[in-house]
Design a protein. Structure first.
Length: 246
């Protein structure tokens, strides 16, 4: 079938996507898991953090861009903000599982795995010492889909954005914004966590490739250039867009 089909874009469960990826020679664009993180930094505003976390988890829990793991800076434990945030999430009907530190601190059930897409009103919470540890956690347990940081410290935000290698990285914005329509791409064709060539939410334009057309006013050959008859100018080209009359 790879003679006739250039690309498969599976939409469905992670089991469906993974099965297709493992059983075809055709190129597959997509993602098997949407393990999205929100990191609440020491310098985060509490009200912003609570609103963002609740939206990221509860707006549409089954979506691939919903928060699945909440990372909280350890200084929030000391001053009580972490407990306040966790209590607020629990009161809204979200079931929380704890990482090695959080399960003891908040007295919640330990998570059976630290890398899981719940797709429901469930999430993992863990305590980390700093933004560097948050980035390391995401690199180890994430799926390169979408991550967000909540902080009022621009330097910390810049570090997070620069070092997190996910398709979408947000500062003080919900992970739920990772969507082709919300990005202005039109109807979303798919979401890719790969590196080539489309990445993140993909609209129709993201599927386009280049076709190169050369028109010579006479006869041009590579041999002419080799002999020094002419040199490459390498000037910027204006993209040609064909206008379709309605």
């Amino acid at each position: 079938m790879d003679r006739y089909i250039n690309l498969v874009i599976p939409r469905g469960s992670n089991d469906l996507v993974r099965s297709i990826q493992q059983n075809t020679k055709i190129s597959v664009m997509g993602h098997a898991d949407g393990i999205c993180h929100v990191y609440v930094d020491e310098a985060a505003d509490y009200n912003k953090a609570e609103e963002l976390v609740v939206d990221a988890k509860m707006d549409y829990p089954a979506a691939c861009n919903a928060m699945e793991t909440l990372l909280i800076n350890e200084n929030w434990v000391t001053d009580g903000r972490a407990q306040k945030l966790v209590s607020s999430i629990l009161s809204k009907g979200v079931k929380l599982y704890g990482g090695p530190k959080a399960s003891t601190i908040f007295k919640i059930p330990p998570a059976s795995t630290l890398s899981h897409e719940y797709g429901s009103l469930e999430a993992l919470v863990e305590i980390v010492p700093n933004v560097q540890s948050a980035v390391e956690w995401i690199s180890r347990y994430g799926s390169a889909h979408t991550e967000a940081i909540v902080t009022e410290n621009k330097e910390v935000a810049d570090y997070f954005i620069t070092n997190v290698e996910s398709a979408c990285v947000f500062h003080n914005a919900s992970t739920r914004f990772a969507d082709g329509f919300r990005f202005g791409l039109g109807a979303e064709v798919g979401i890719s966590t790969g590196r080539l060539h489309a990445r993140g939410p993909v609209g129709v334009q993201g599927l386009l490739t280049h076709r190169w057309v050369l028109r010579s006013g006479g006869v041009h050959t590579v041999g002419q250039n080799t002999k020094g008859d002419w040199n490459y100018s390498h000037k910027p080209l204006v993209h040609y867009v064909k206008k379709v009359e309605e």
